[in-house]
Design a protein around this ligand. Structure first.
Ligand code: GCW
Length: 695
């Protein structure tokens, strides 16, 4: 046989090995035998046993003991792994211990005695799922919780919720808010609550609590009252009764998530009341049952104030006034889930209030289900940024996980990226973001390197027949390059979308491609890209210095000074905080314009390079998922070129400078790009109109 034919045959047989994307990072493995004992039986302990028995990869015929112990060093949900024993203070702790033990086995690591405690008590997913089964900013199909036309619960619903719950438990997630923060009041109707109960009954089997997003106007919309004023006795009573109704159905219900007075959602301000009035009224209602209220700080209005400053201005004055079971939920950045933002100045500024980070797993501004972007790097960067609020070393992680402030509750939320697609998340590598969110929520000090390695080993390695590819070969030819690609992917996207601190220059509404030009008359300016990039003949960037909007003043002293001066401001945030001339010189000696061109070019080069990395991974991945990722990487590289060309051609109208020698020239024409963007916007507009007429 010719060598090339042999190679082909090998490739063929390897790619036949089934890795089933539906099984996420929990691919089936052939278990070795293990006997598991426990002092008592309960649903959660049975679940832990079942997991160990169906996936055991440790020594053959091992004996493992599950023990509930008293130990002040182990927090709720935490555990200790010993040689042949998992110790925990709660049953959920035993389940998390079982999953960790299995993970270490799949990683090929030996078990050393160690305490594992979660960084946050409440590790929650927020699903922006609507009751009609559409998903706001969802790129993986319809809702897994809600159906198009009925509230009836079927076996296939239950099956999917069980798989979902197991996947979450395996990474430590212990809460899910199952409807959109743009909340329909209808979710609180008795029929919908029956479905919520059915979800909760299944999630509970894996230690997960169910939460609901609530619409602040519910008492008037579905309750028949003529107001939703949080200080009105009838309104208070209505919420008390509704809360009781929920807890009667779901005794361990987690609580409410609220988007109030934000982007048109109703809230206490509609009645002349404050965030404190609104949040505390709901907190009292759920407090009787140990529930919590997560009150979002994503607020901004179309006034003259810099949007980046508004949440801080609205919330910091209330520090210390919220009840203990209220947690203020703050997006990582001050604007909105951009490819890169400085941290929101609320972190560390509210010292007497529980504050929780909100991350976005679904990639609204990062290429949806098309681009491969591993968000762990972005979250790791964010969690480790120093707020200086209690002196150096006051990382965002520490301001939220109870290390710096005596918070009654610690929590973190991630906007989920799940849908009914067979692989759950649209892009196979979007699974890694769900995985990374859970792992960081459990341990906010884990490195992205470690998380990527875990995910790759658990997702892809079991698909290879044990003896057909040696571990060394797999590590060298698959694990290492693919991991590097994942770790480079966030910076790549920042480079080809919004380098050097640019932000919110995406195509309007859909937020996928570039749209720096979009700003028609009559549209709220803070919804248009020119508001954010401020490009003109004199330069580009948003002046947030002391002589500009003074957003820098919301950061602690040393940081504020650093951000205020373009010479000391990190270049990654340069145009976030500064409006600078096109010929401003950066530390590289290049002008701002040259540096922009270079970053866009680097981004495009990285995206192209990802295609080569993946092509070389073919022998190690099942055929179907391999080609699906390959197709998406091609689209990503094409889209990266569109981003580069659109932004450079648009900004060039103001800089009037040439693309530096040695860099690829634009292959698009600006007018064509603008026309295509506008046409697709019109198509979506008409489609939406048709849908509304049909409703
Ligand atoms: O990022 C914006 C999104 C909205 C979203 C809002 C929010 C749920 O474009 O779709 O609405 O944030 O976080 O409330």
């Amino acid at each position: 046989m010719k060598p090339s034919l042999i190679i082909l045959l090998i490739l063929f047989s390897l790619s036949l090995v089934a890795q089933d994307p539906h099984n996420l990072w929990l691919q089936d493995v052939t278990p070795k035998s293990v006997s598991v004992t426990s002092p008592k039986n309960s649903p959660l302990i049975e679940m832990a046993k079942k997991e160990l028995q169906t996936s055991w990869q440790g020594p053959e015929n091992a004996q493992i003991k599950l023990s509930i112990v008293k130990n002040k060093l182990i927090r709720d949900d935490g555990f200790i792994l010993l040689d042949n024993e998992i110790q925990a203070t709660t049953e959920a702790g035993l389940l998390y211990g079982a999953f960790e033990l299995l993970r270490l086995q799949k990683m090929g690591q030996t078990i050393t005695t160690q305490i594992y405690n979660p960084s946050y008590q409440h590790r929650i997913l927020n699903h922006w799922d609507n009751l009609n089964s559409s998903v706001e900013r969802g790129y993986a199909g319809r809702s897994i919780f809600w159906k198009e036309d009925s509230l009836e619960v079927t076996d296939s619903d239950r099956q999917r919720w069980t798989e979902y719950a197991r996947a979450n438990a395996s990474i430590g997630i212990n809460g899910a808010a199952i409807n959109n923060v743009n909340a329909s009041p209808q979710v609180l109707q008795p029929e919908a609550l029956q479905r919520v109960k059915a979800v909760a009954d299944i999630l509970r089997e894996y230690g997960i609590k169910t939460y609901l997003s609530v619409n602040f106007a519910s008492p008037s919309v579905i309750g028949g009252l003529d107001t939703a004023d949080p200080l009105d006795p009838a309104v208070i009573k209505w919420w008390e009764n509704k809360t009781k109704e929920i807890y009667d159905l779901i005794p361990d219900f987690g609580g409410f998530l609220v988007k109030a007075n934000s982007e048109g959602q109703p809230g206490p301000q509609n009645f002349g009341r404050t965030h404190v009035d609104g949040a505390n009224m709901l907190a009292k209602a759920v407090g009787k049952y140990d529930g919590i209220v997560m009150w979002r700080a994503f607020v901004y209005s179309p006034n003259d104030e810099d949007r980046a400053k508004q949440a801080y201005q609205e919330f910091v004055p209330f520090d210390g006034e919220f009840m203990d079971n209220v947690i203020i939920q703050v997006k990582n950045g001050p604007i909105d889930f951009q490819p890169r933002e400085p941290f929101s100045p609320l972190f560390g500024a509210m010292k007497k209030t529980s504050v929780m980070p909100e991350l976005q797993i679904t990639k609204e501004y990062l290429g949806h289900e098309v681009h491969l972007v591993f968000l762990s790097s972005m979250w790791e960067e964010f969690l480790n940024l120093d707020t200086y609020q209690e002196g150096p070393g006051s990382s965002v992680a520490k301001t939220t996980d109870g290390s710096l402030f005596p918070q009654q509750h610690t929590a973190i939320a991630g906007v989920a990226n799940t849908g009914r697609d067979d692989n759950w998340t649209g892009h196979l590598f979007n699974q890694a973001n769900w995985y990374a969110y859970g792992r960081l929520a459990w341990n906010n000090q884990l490195s992205s390197d470690r998380i990527a390695e875990e995910w790759l080993k658990m997702t892809f390695r079991p698909g290879i027949k044990n003896d057909s590819v040696s571990q060394i070969e797999w590590d060298l030819n698959f694990l290492s390059p693919v991991k590097q690609m994942m770790l480079a992917s966030h910076e790549a996207a920042v480079n080809y979308m919004t380098p050097l601190g640019l932000h919110h220059i995406m195509s309007a509404d859909r937020h996928y491609g570039p749209g720096p030009w979009w700003g028609p008359e009559g549209v709220r300016s803070d919804w248009t890209p020119p508001y954010y990039h401020q490009a003109g003949d004199d330069g580009v960037g948003f002046d947030r210095t002391e002589s500009g909007s003074n957003a820098v003043s919301q950061y602690a002293g040393p940081l504020s000074a650093r951000f205020n001066d373009p010479e000391t401001c990190p270049e990654a945030y340069l145009l976030w905080f500064h409006h600078l001339p096109w010929d401003y010189r950066l530390s590289s000696g290049r002008t701002l314009w040259e540096e922009l061109c270079l970053h866009y070019a680097q981004g495009v080069n990285s995206a192209r390079n990802f295609q080569e990395v993946w092509d070389a991974a073919r022998p190690y991945v099942s055929a179907e998922p391999f080609s699906a990722v390959q197709r998406k990487l091609r689209a990503q590289a094409e889209n990266a070129v569109v981003w580069k060309d659109a932004c450079l051609l648009y900004f060039q109208q103001f800089s009037k400078m040439p693309v530096p020698d040695g860099l690829e020239r634009p292959i698009h024409n600006l007018d064509d790009l603008i026309r295509a963007d506008q046409e697709s916007m019109m198509r979506r507009f008409r489609q939406r109109q048709r849908q509304q007429e049909g409703e």
